[in-house]
Design a protein around this ligand. Sequence first.
Ligand code: RIB
Ligand code: CA
Length: 307
Amino acid sequence: MRKIIIDTDIGVDDAFALRYGSLLFDLIGITTVDGNVPVDMATKNAKFFCKIYKKNIKVYKGASRPLSIKPTPPSFDIHGSDGLGQAYENPCDAKADNAVNFIIESVKRAPGEITVIAIGPLTNIAMVLNLYPDFAKEVKELIIMGGAFGTHGHTGNMSNFAEFNVFKDPNAADLVLSSSTPITIVPLDVTNEVQITADEIQKTHDDFLINISKFYLDFSIKQKGFNGMAVHDALTIAYLKNPDNFKVIKKPCRVITDGIAAGQTVIPLSAAPSSNNCFKDLTAHKICIDVNVDAVKQGLLETLTLV
Ligand code: RIB
Ligand code: CA
């Protein structure tokens, strides 16, 4: 069974991804990063997730702030003040070993075998590459929920141009995407297309997912008048489960790191030669730009449904 590590800023849609991934693959560890919530809270939440589902999966704590920009606020308005919809009293503590070391040691011990799935800001992954450049050669694949390229009009959820995970640490994202790591990007172009309704969540009979989603759904109803939610992070697992449900292009990708478009993911749009080609010699990564919505929803909901 494929070995995966999920790097997360666990909020609500992260919990869907963790549940989905732990049901389908060998989840050998969960690493946490500052993003939706501060890293200590993400660590508590990841431990609580394992407690709820009685999973003996070790949690490791990662970066508490972006590589270089000033930290930006958490997403308590969407995920609740505890990151899990304010649905439970979380008794877990935030003590944990180092996430960056865990990722490095895991990939070193099993070259070509570990798939890393990054569903929060890329700070930990950037630190892994800084400390262990061979990660790029030895990781089996890095799947990233992040970025936006404009398909179906999806250009950003933190600004006109930037998706949250990339916006939170654009320098880390640019460092990771400029590396030769084999990367698949799962951007808003596809994650915004897959909306799960409150009724569909109810039909999973998974009380934890049902309860933590209520806050997020209330936000969605108030903001968009829609009683449903995009389970952004879970689409990384859906891609890993069946990549044939996704339309993919292969392009090098960079990140704008300052100004009004800070956090924007960009790809070369013209073959015209340029004296200052910022994509020169960069690895072309897989970028998902379309998705079979029905097939992905069916696969997700069937797997999440408790029989
Ligand atoms: O833009 C969506 C991403 O930002 C998801 O990973 C969500 O959990 C938030 O972190
Ligand atoms: Ca996330």
